[in-house]
Design a protein around this ligand. Structure first.
Ligand SMILES: Nc1ncnc2c1ncn2[C@@H]1O[C@H](COP(=O)(O)OP(=O)(O)O)[C@@H](O)[C@H]1O
Ligand SMILES: [Mg+2]
Length: 332
């Protein structure tokens, strides 16, 4: 098959996307597909660029906002759909993360171009990207999620409704960028100001103490539950993308009934946003065994060390096989 992998882009998660994308390119080539790597911020990657990328790591911090605005200057998103790499592909594999690659914008463009692409459609992608709307739909589908308020809200309102600590985060970001754990009331306003750098909508959420679990969904089935044990208090950017900064256990060491329950909650969350193909649903689990859904990721990390590939491996699905199945699901 002719497959074009879209990777890179202009979001804060650009480097993560490059790391995922190059692995997907290699995996699909190993399956005999004719693969092109296309960065909507730069163009088609040359063989030399691919080799260099293949050898590099994500880094411990996201690119600065200034660096990203430089990348954006050369971006050609609106003309993407006139490119032969898109029009002639049997499948476009989306390895973008965050921003317009994940929020439904690219998906809508690809719909207009009549392209077949992996993962969720434009509406579901937009819903999953918006944590406020996602949580409303989770609740309506019986998926428990932590109480929250959206800014603007006064410090008194926030403390009165949620207590302390709280988590302050941009409503439509990823990779823990712009997120703070707030333990004292005087930190609430600075944390909101920080999150506002990344999004005009900021969410303040009750802090759920406990363990961090994740469930991949592939097609109509939940993958084995994973547990993430980060070296920091929360699963931040550095823990997510630096080797050795978090331990991931697949399958998670939780009772079988708890695993079955959270898998069912993951499927309910997946359906509540009408997701398609694959996604990863993240949870917190309290010490008394209650689960709170944090979010759905429609374009989850896809390096071999990422969580969905580890979940798939726990049931005997290799990375290349996983990429192949995601392509097949797109053609359905
Ligand atoms: N309400 C919460 N309680 C405890 N930890 C949280 C909460 N919200 C987020 N976190 C921590 O921050 C991380 C990132 O938050 P998340 O909502 O998944 O946003 P992102 O889209 O940036 O991944 C989570 O993986 C978790 O470790
Ligand atoms: Mg997350």
């Amino acid at each position: 098959m002719k497959i074009t992998v879209l990777l890179g882009g202009t979001s804060s998660e650009r480097n993560v996307s490059l790391a995922s994308g190059i692995r997907i390119v290699e995996a699909l080539r190993s399956r005999g597909h004719e693969v092109t790597a296309l960065d909507p911020a730069k163009g088609v990657l040359s063989a030399t660029e691919e080799t260099k990328l293949s050898a590099s790591a994500v880094g411990t911090a996201p690119p600065s906002l200034e660096a990203l605005s430089r990348v954006s200057e050369d971006a050609f998103l609106p003309t993407l759909t006139t490119m032969p790499e898109i029009l002639d592909a049997d499948v476009v594999f989306l390895a973008l993360h965050g921003g317009q690659g994940e929020d439904g914008t690219i998906q809508a463009l690809l719909d207009m171009a009549g392209a077949t692409y992996t993962g969720s459609g434009h509406l579901s992608s937009a819903l999953a990207m918006d944590k406020d709307l996602s949580k409303k739909l989770f609740r309506s589908a019986g998926v428990q999620t932590a109480d929250w308020v959206m800014s603007p809200a006064s410090v008194e309102e926030i403390e009165g409704m949620l207590g302390l600590p709280v988590i302050v985060k941009p409503s439509k970001q990823g990779s823990t960028v712009g997120l703070s754990v707030v333990k004292e009331r005087k930190q609430i306003e600075p944390a909101i100001a920080e999150a506002l750098k990344y999004d005009d909508e900021v969410m303040i959420e009750r802090f759920i103490a406990g363990r961090e679990l994740t469930v991949g969904v592939l097609g109509e089935a939940a993958l084995p539950v994973g547990e993430i044990i980060p070296k920091h208090e929360i699963y931040d950017y550095e823990c997510k993308y630096t080797a050795g900064m978090a331990v991931e256990e697949f399958p998670a060491k939780i009772p079988p009934e708890a695993a079955a329950f959270v898998q069912q909650q993951a499927l309910a969350a997946f359906e509540s946003l009408k997701l398609r193909g694959y996604a990863r649903i993240d949870f917190r689990m309290t010490s008394n065994g209650e689960f709170y859904c944090l979010e759905a990721n429609t374009l989850p990390g896809m390096t071999e060390l990422s969580l969905i590939p580890q979940g798939a491996a726990a049931m005997g699905i290799s990375f290349a096989e996983l990429c192949e199945r995601i392509v097949q699901l797109a053609l359905k």
